[in-house]
Design a protein around this ligand. Structure first.
Ligand SMILES: [Mg+2]
Length: 228
């Protein structure tokens, strides 16, 4: 088999990520119920706040914490209390310290793939935060390079193709997000492997669009072994 270059997403592809954010959001909403709003309304305001803050400050747990706080301050108005803000900070702190939970079959599959192909981890977010997650995962030795980008758009993939001199027909992006992993990679001419995760973040949802490259859809990370 020819040697391929596999660009591999991290959050919700190599390890659980969004379930921990969702758990924090659940706790956050519960702690705001005394304000008298429905859970759905609190969530709606949080989503709007996140969208705005991400545009301005990028992805990451700190921006997420800011969104929780902004949401609380907006909903509580004059009734906002210092203790609740402290409580929110505690929740974010706990989230930040959650140990990585590697998805089933990932280490052994990476060990196999690394013997035959060039592996590059491609994750978006805050550089220090994502680098710390990679380090704590213990998976970095399987990768030739770790790339942390602010946003995974078509231009980011074109940059990676250029800097790693990837031959497009032998280049693949592997991930759980149609919006960040699959569509822009296909548009840049790479092939893609979509591994849906049942708890993918709502902001990563999108219809899969076809592109120049090939698209594989598999159910688990382990199944990569059957294709590479
Ligand atoms: Mg992901």
């Amino acid at each position: 088999m020819p040697r391929h270059t596999l660009l591999i997403d991290a959050d919700d592809t190599l390890w659980e990520n969004n379930i921990f954010f969702e758990k924090t959001i659940d706790d956050f909403i519960s702690s705001l119920e005394h304000l008298g709003y429905t859970r759905e309304y609190i969530r709606y305001i949080l989503n709007e706040t996140e969208r705005r803050n991400i545009r301005q400050h990028g992805y990451g747990v700190r921006c997420f914490g800011r969104s929780l706080e902004d949401t609380y301050l907006k909903l509580a108005g004059n009734a906002a209390r210092r203790e609740v803000v402290k409580e929110i900070e505690q929740m974010v702190h706990l989230l930040e310290r959650t140990p990585p939970q590697i998805l089933d079959g990932v280490p052994e599959t990476l060990a196999y793939l690394a013997k035959h192909h060039r592996l590059i981890l491609v994750t978006k977010g805050e550089a220090a935060e994502q680098a710390a997650k990679v380090e704590r995962s213990g998976l970095q030795s399987y990768f030739d390079a770790i790339e942390i980008v602010a946003e995974k758009g078509r231009d980011a993939y074109e940059r990676l193709i250029g800097s790693f001199k990837i031959v497009k027909s032998y280049g693949w992006m592997v991930g759980n997000s149609p919006k960040s992993d699959i569509n822009p990679a296909l548009q840049s001419g790479l092939n893609a492997v979509f591994i849906p995760h049942p708890n993918t973040w709502h902001m990563e949802h999108a219809e899969i669009e076809s592109g120049a490259g090939r698209l594989l859809i598999i159910n688990t990370f382990r199944e990569l072994r059957a294709h590479f």
